[in-house]
Design a protein around this ligand. Structure first.
Ligand code: NDP
Length: 399
């Protein structure tokens, strides 16, 4: 097996193959020079200096030797030769495969305004990016964060906790608009404002110049550091050049196989049929990367499993943990359980009266039950969700 991409998905595919007792050679090829690492801490504890490189590495060096995983770091795969089943590195080196797993992830969307190329403008995706931002945070005083999604808000919370002046600029009319309901966006807006973060909604950056960021609402902000988190784009070019079908990602079937039965795609780059979305979709999350890797390893080991893991996500900002389960997009009926003013509440999302997702703020119990209810397809009505006297665990037990 050759695995292209040594992020969370690629690493997990190699590790799970060995756990499946797959004993043929495994080559794991990564573009970055480091050992495979976890991304979630990069916008949280790592930036704050609570974690170091060693803490974020998924396994130490010895793991790869001990498990006979041939890790090729700092190498870019530039071509897939499907006719002779091999991949080619920029260096010209070739690796033959019997099965190829594309775990090539996504890359940051770039800001395209005047001044975007300036040195004080940073993106956060890789370990090197995080190291650079961490260094800049030591001396920066005024920070403009572009994008009010997960990256932007997690970074804003860290920078504000360090006492920096922070302004967040979000193009949409509310925070984290793609992921959560307005009630949760409003809660986070209050949270950030309460901590002294300035927020500009329905606003974009017009220009960055000599220590200042000019916004579309006519305001200007002093900034010695600009951190941009405006989403990611799936890496599809390698697959496309290899003649595979791509849409919003590399198109795979329910077994995560491309139209070439020897090639799989997993993680951020894979557009897959998802039972919780009710359609083909692409999911950018650690859970999806890990579970798709496990699914592919099981398939290669001969256990033929379709992918149907329950999607879940989380974000930590200041002292608040938001846990999300299911896919809320397209939900029409929303029910709140608990009270936002108590800083402990959940939003239940329903599509055609079926539970689609739950977002929980400081209510881990709702999240954990939600994972089980969604996995089992247990019926829950909006009235039951709203009724605090009903113990959700009892429904799970009945099921
Ligand atoms: P997100 O898509 O979550 O958020 C980016 C936000 O920026 C969107 O609301 C987007 O609006 C907005 N935006 C786009 N262009 C501009 C602009 N020019 N000016 C101002 N705002 C703009 O992406 P992130 O960058 O926050 O995160 C990148 C990836 O990392 C995502 O896959 C995310 O899920 C993942 N991640 C997950 C975390 C978690 O689960 N806790 C933590 C950190 C990252 P629009 O929709 O209009 O483009």
């Amino acid at each position: 097996v050759v695995i292209v991409g040594a992020g969370q998905a690629g690493f997990q595919a190699a590790a799970s193959l060995r756990m499946e007792a797959y004993d043929a050679p495994i080559t794991l090829i990564g573009e970055e020079p480091s050992l495979p690492y976890q991304r979630p801490p990069l916008s949280k504890g790592f930036l704050e200096g609570k974690q170091n490189v060693g803490n974020v590495e998924l396994r130490p060096d010895a793991y790869y030797r001990d498990h006979k995983i041939d890790l090729i770091s700092g190498s870019e795969v530039i071509r897939i030769n499907r006719a002779n089943r091999s991949v080619e590195l920029r260096s010209g080196q070739r690796f033959p495969y019997e099965t190829l797993i594309l775990a090539i992830g996504s890359r940051v969307r770039k800001l395209s305004v005047k001044g975007a190329e300036l040195d004080e403008v940073c993106y956060l995706r890789t370990l090197d990016d995080a190291i650079r931002i961490r260094q800049r945070l030591e001396t920066a005083r005024d920070i403009v964060v572009v994008g009010g999604g997960f990256i932007g808000l997690e970074v804003a919370a860290v920078a504000r906790s360090m006492g920096k002046s922070v302004a967040v600029v979000e193009a949409q009319s509310r925070l984290m608009p793609r992921a959560v309901a307005p009630v949760i966006s409003d809660f986070y807006q209050e949270l950030h404002l309460g901590h002294g973060v300035q927020i500009h909604l329905a606003t974009v950056v017009r220009e960055i110049a000599a220590g200042q960021v000019f916004l579309s609402d006519g305001s200007a902000h002093k900034a010695d550091l600009v951190i941009v988190g405006i989403g990611v784009l799936p890496n599809v070019e390698l697959a496309q050049d290899g003649g595979l079908t791509v849409a919003d990602g590399i198109v795979v079937d329910e077994y995560l196989r491309t139209e070439d039965s020897n090639i799989y795609a997993i993680g951020d780059c894979a557009q897959h049929p998802n039972p919780f979305a009710g359609q083909s979709t692409r999911i950018e999350s650690v859970q999806n990367a890990v579970d798709q890797a496990r699914c592919v390893a099981a398939n290669i080991a001969g256990r033929g499993e379709p992918y149907r893991a329950v999607p879940w996500f989380w974000t930590d900002q200041f002292d608040i943990k938001l846990q999300m389960v299911g896919l809320s997009g397209g939900s029409v009926h929303l029910v709140t359980r608990g009270n936002p003013t108590s800083r402990k509440f959940s939003v239940f999302y329903f599509k055609e009266d079926r539970l689609a997702a739950i977002d929980s703020i400081n209510r881990p119990g709702d999240h954990l039950v939600g994972r089980k209810l969604l996995a089992a397809g247990t019926a829950l009505t909006p009235d039951q969700a709203a009724d605090e006297r009903l113990d959700l665990k009892s429904l799970q037990q009945q099921a």
